[in-house]
Design a binder for this molecule. Sequence first.
Ligand SMILES: [Zn+2]
Length: 493
Amino acid sequence: MCFVCTTVAATLIISSQIVPVEAISAAPTTQLTLTSYAANAVPLSNRQKSEIESLVESHPAAEKFICTGIRLASAPASENVLVRKRAQAACDYAQKLNPKLATWFQNKPTSQRSFAGKVLITVKNSTTSTLPVTNPGSPSRSDLSTHPSITNQALLSPVEVCKTSDVSFRPDTSNGFPRPTTAKTGTVSARILLVPIIFSDLPYTDLDNLRLKTATDQVTEFYQKTSYGRVSISYEFLPKQYWITMSKSAAEYRLPENIPQYNKTFLVEDAFALADPSINFGLYDGVALTTGYSTRVNGGQGFPGVSFTTKNGIAKGVTLELGSAAANSEVMAHELGHSLFGLEDLYVFLNSNRPSVPEPVPAGSWDIMSSLGREFFGWNKLLMGWLEPYQVRCLSNQAASSHFIEAIETAGNKPKLVLINLSEGVTLAIEGRSQWTSGVLVYKIDSRINHGDGPIIAQKNLLSSGQQLTLDGWTIKVVAVDPSGFLVDVVKG
Ligand SMILES: [Zn+2]
């Protein structure tokens, strides 16, 4: 399984200075940026090797691999030699894995520091390998994706019809299109500064720092995998001498009271005011403020669309993790869902005004913006720009249609999501799941429901082969399942 691929409809240009070596063709291309190299290393690390192995394995019919070593434009020209050697080693390894593969290596400058020193691999696919297959009876392909019953994409609605707006619009988080202006979409390389904060009654220790290093690695890996390689989160840890000692205690900030939805903007403002002026917060896409671990305090907060003026630069993409949520990679990933990507909370906010509801977690555990989720809904992946248009099959009024979808966790390039537009801002979604349990998941995105009131309602159980479900007048039936994915019929009325 390819776990760090990016499939794009045309060659992605990561910087105006990096251009494809050949003219952009109509053939879909896939791109992968290898994980960072250590110091002046040229040989591939085991992780980089496995990334290339996945890429080669998932593109058996690729026409060509182009390996580009990237140096910072302002770096000395001698850097060219290093990154060119890295590119050559990457392409050599790919060719060793698939001796039939044509390869080309080169070096290019970039103005984006986050790409400097890395190797970008561009895979040129054949023109037919990633397009939805509708040709019946192809003798050479036997998985469900070639099933003759699959409805031709031309008979479906344009994907724009299904990319509906959020009718309970908020400026900073949204469950629809267009995305908030501060939300990142598509290929994202984000630098996050990790800032420990110390209270007299809630210390931050070297052990906390070690725990954070593990957690941040997990967050980086989570986003890379769930975005099919589009999102690269890199954390930088503030050196110990710059850790921020707060002037008030955690108790004075009422942190041990663990008040639900307690806005802690003032605490963040106080922390920035106490930060050393040599720290330029403006250099970062995000700032993660974190306390030490404590079971007495809990909670995280993302600050989507909020900029904090500091003594040195504007801090944006800010998150705060407290106590037992500190060094919790799922909480950290959840808060980045707000602060970087403008996603809504999918669980129901309970507090003194609303102490209980019949269904506090209507989205179940299918999404990290809900409760205990370890993935994103296909809908959220669409919001974040991680699905290509041909991977979304949009219905609005079709009486009957048949669809192949591969599991949403799969970094393949087949369709992954069927959407049924019920009305503006209201959508039924169908996707395959395979990570912990296998089957077809059906859920409803109802943007008339606010952030914190449960805007996505998911089925509790996945549909297996032969099972069906009728929702809002649409019947969804899983016709067949094989290792490649799911064949689903959808009938209106
Ligand atoms: Zn949240």
